[in-house]
Design a protein around this ligand. Structure first.
Ligand SMILES: Cc1ncc(COP(=O)(O)O)c(C=O)c1O
Length: 384
């Protein structure tokens, strides 16, 4: 059967993969080498230097392309290194329209690195697509979408934004870290670039930092490959192997993340001491209809606000958790809890973050794949 015809749950295991040529190893070996012997200058077997290409990284890149329904995958040393490569497609004077509620590190690279080089960023609430169109002008080159957003779980209508991007001949990139291709595949909805912090669900075991891009178009892939090689922010063979291994169980892990996510979102929603719960699977979520349309399920990321809580009350709750670990990051098999105002979003000025709802008492959970009743019991004792 052609690999393109495989269903998603088979692509995670087989997509883009062939047994290794040397000994038929079923898992691609970790080619821990910086360089490759040549028989004559230029006489090599497809790889010459591991920044330009490495067989383990290529195996991962092929898998990434397959699971995201793209044609080309590119793997980087981190999610931010992957984003860095996308922005390097642009020139001084070019403009980018981005989600106003996005990962703090994404905001920081836009504002504190690329603004210095003359690239202009606009941050808008993209739940209303008309807000994006208001900012489009002749200098707009890229729309940057994150959905669900981090940490407010807003949902942006990828198909509607992609129609707008095509109408104005602007590239559309989607950070698919929270959803993963198990839940939504932006390239199938008209996006040009999918980006991942593969550190999260794709790796899935909190043991690696890695970033990825996937595209369909050859010319765009060539430009990004040029940047990947010329700037050099590649990932190593061992890290490539770990993410490749993680992807093989993505579908089963995601299924449990979603089930546990629902159990915890419903528990929090019915808790008398909880003011607000942000999870796109709840009917009360303002973008639930769009989420239902574009996602296969709703994931394991949840944010909530305890009633009448201060900055310190929220910190006390996350400190009191025992099964949830207080830590940055998300998407691993273990449940994590975080306090965005002092952790992931501390690099965004207070007025800016509060405008998008990231208040001092907001708590974010990355719900893992443990027994849901243990997680609920843990929350119960911490909320008090
Ligand atoms: C949504 C999102 N995008 C990008 C990144 C950056 O990825 P990395 O930490 O792998 O550089 C993160 C990291 O938390 C993230 O949550």
């Amino acid at each position: 059967m052609s690999q393109k015809k495989l269903k998603f749950n088979s692509k995670t295991i087989h997509g883009g993969q062939k047994p290794d040529k040397a000994y038929g190893a079923v898992m691609p070996p970790i080619y821990q080498t910086s360089t490759f012997a040549q028989t004559t200058p230029g006489g090599h077997q497809g790889f010459e230097y591991s920044r330009s290409g490495n067989p383990t990284r290529s195996a991962l890149e092929n898998s990434l392309a397959s699971i995201e329904s793209g044609n080309y995958g590119l793997a980087f040393g981190s999610g931010l290194a992957a984003m860095d490569a996308v922005i390097k497609l642009l020139s001084p004077g070019d403009e980018v329209i981005s989600t106003n509620d996005l990962y703090g590190g994404s905001y920081r690279i836009f504002k504190q690195i690329f603004e210095k080089y003359g690239i202009v960023f606009h941050f808008v609430g993209m739940q209303n697509v008309a807000e994006i169109e208001k900012k489009i002008n002749t200098k707009t080159r890229l729309i940057w979408v994150e959905t669900p957003t981090n940490p407010m779980m807003n949902i942006i209508d990828i198909k509607a934004v992609s129609k707008l991007a095509q109408k104005h001949n602007v590239l559309l990139a989607v950070d698919n870290t929270f959803a993963t291709p198990y839940l939504q595949r932006p390239l199938e909805m008209g996006a040009d670039i999918v980006m991942h912090s593969a550190t999260k669900y794709l790796g899935g075991h909190s043991d690696v930092v890695l970033g990825a891009l996937v595209v369909k178009d050859k010319e765009l892939a060539d430009q990004l490959y040029f940047i990947q090689n010329a700037s050099g922010a590649v990932c190593g063979p061992m890290d490539s192997f770990l993410v490749l291994r993680g992807i093989k169980t993505l579908h089963v892990r995601m299924q449990r993340h979603c089930e546990n996510g629902r159990a915890i979102a419903e528990y929090l929603q019915n808790h008398p001491k909880i003011e607000k719960v942000y999870w796109p699977g709840l009917e009360s979520h303002p973008n639930h209809a769009v989420a239902k349309e574009q996602m296969n399920d709703f994931g394991g990321m949840i944010s909530f606000i305890p009633k009448g809580a201060s900055y310190n009350d929220a910190i006390k709750i996350v400190e009191n958790l025992n099964v949830f670990t207080l830590a940055e990051s998300l998407g691993g098999v273990e449940s994590l809890a975080g306090h965005p105002a002092s952790m992931t979003h501390a690099s965004i000025p207070k007025e800016e973050r509060e405008k998008s709802g990231v208040v001092d008492s907001l708590i974010r959970l990355s719900v893992g794949i443990e027994d849901a009743s243990d997680l609920i019991e843990d929350l119960e004792q911490a909320i008090g």
